[in-house]
Design a protein around this ligand. Structure first.
Ligand code: PEP
Ligand code: MN
Length: 268
């Protein structure tokens, strides 16, 4: 398998405009769940970049459980992401649900996110194999690690080797958290593949009070990065307010993650 360590022993390092993901680096992706408007994105982008995040996240095409819930701003949201990221020297990561949006997304984004719900959308994965833009593939809600890695293999098999994996929690019988964050996936994945693995404690737990502890634990466990939902006013968020942290708490988290990263010899 192309993604396996047997095929390639040394870790894959993805370098986008000088910002590195993988190897001895801890990549920090932060931003709102959904891009709601230009002002909020500027406000959040400013704070997370000042705290040290190099990658701005935000959904423009949202995979919502209800068809009546906010579906995202679409191309307008992509434009705001690019504008804010350029202002603060950041990269953009955003989700693609449908290959029909590919041209628009490629125009404005640096990393394409494939959400948990589409981890086994094999036609979509094959499309991603034909492009050069790095892809972050999120673990499916009910996917085993083997299935997760085979989904990444679909992208690599098509010729795109710039794949980042993302552990974002799986469904278990536990109901206190939205999902059960599988932190042991980090070392397990790292012993099986050369691809970088990022941890998303926001979707992984669904609870604001779990974000700092689980993000810190992810860095300590050797994750190649974290993805954190940050909102300047979580109680008014159009999606995922319960799991979004405020910029002041993101500042605290960055300081703690720096200490942990340094202790294990990684750059953040
Ligand atoms: C997201 O990161 O915006 C998202 C919808 O996450 P997931 O696909 O992991 O549910
Ligand atoms: Mn979200």
């Amino acid at each position: 398998k192309l993604v396996s360590k047997d095929f390639k022993a040394e870790p894959t390092v993805i370098d986008i405009k000088g910002i590195k993901i993988g190897g001895g680096n801890v990549a920090v992706m932060a931003g709102p769940c959904s891009v709601e408007n230009r002002d909020m994105l500027f406000a959040i982008g400013k704070r997370v970049s000042e705290a040290g995040a190099k990658i701005l996240r935000g959904g423009a095409f949202k995979p919502r459980s209800s068809p009546y819930a906010f579906q995202g701003l679409g191309v307008e949201g992509l434009k705001y992401l690019r504008e804010v990221a350029d202002e603060y020297g950041m990269l953009v990561i955003t989700e693609m649900m449908d290959p029909r949006d590919m041209d628009d997304i490629l125009k404005y984004t640096d990393i394409i996110q494939i959400g948990a719900r589409n981890m086994q959308n094999f036609r979509l994965l094959r499309e991603l194999g034909t492009i050069k833009t790095p892809v972050m593939l999120k673990r499916g809600l009910c996917a085993t690690i083997k299935e997760f890695l085979m989904a990444a293999e679909y992208i690599a098999a098509g010729g795109n080797h710039q794949v980042i994996l993302c552990e974002r929690g799986i469904r278990t019988y536990e109901t206190e958290t939205r999902n059960t964050l599988d932190l042991s996936a980090v070392p397990v994945v790292q012993s099986n593949t050369h691809l970088p693995i990022i941890v998303d404690p926001s979707h992984g737990t669904g609870r604001r009070d779990c974000i700092l502890p689980m993000a810190q634990a992810a860095v300590a466990a050797g994750a190649d990065g974290v993805m954190i939902e940050v909102h300047n006013c979580p109680e008014d968020a159009m999606s995922d307010g319960d799991q979004s942290i405020v910029p002041d708490d993101f500042d605290i988290l960055m300081k703690r993650m720096r200490v942990i990263a340094e202790a294990i010899g990684k750059k953040i």
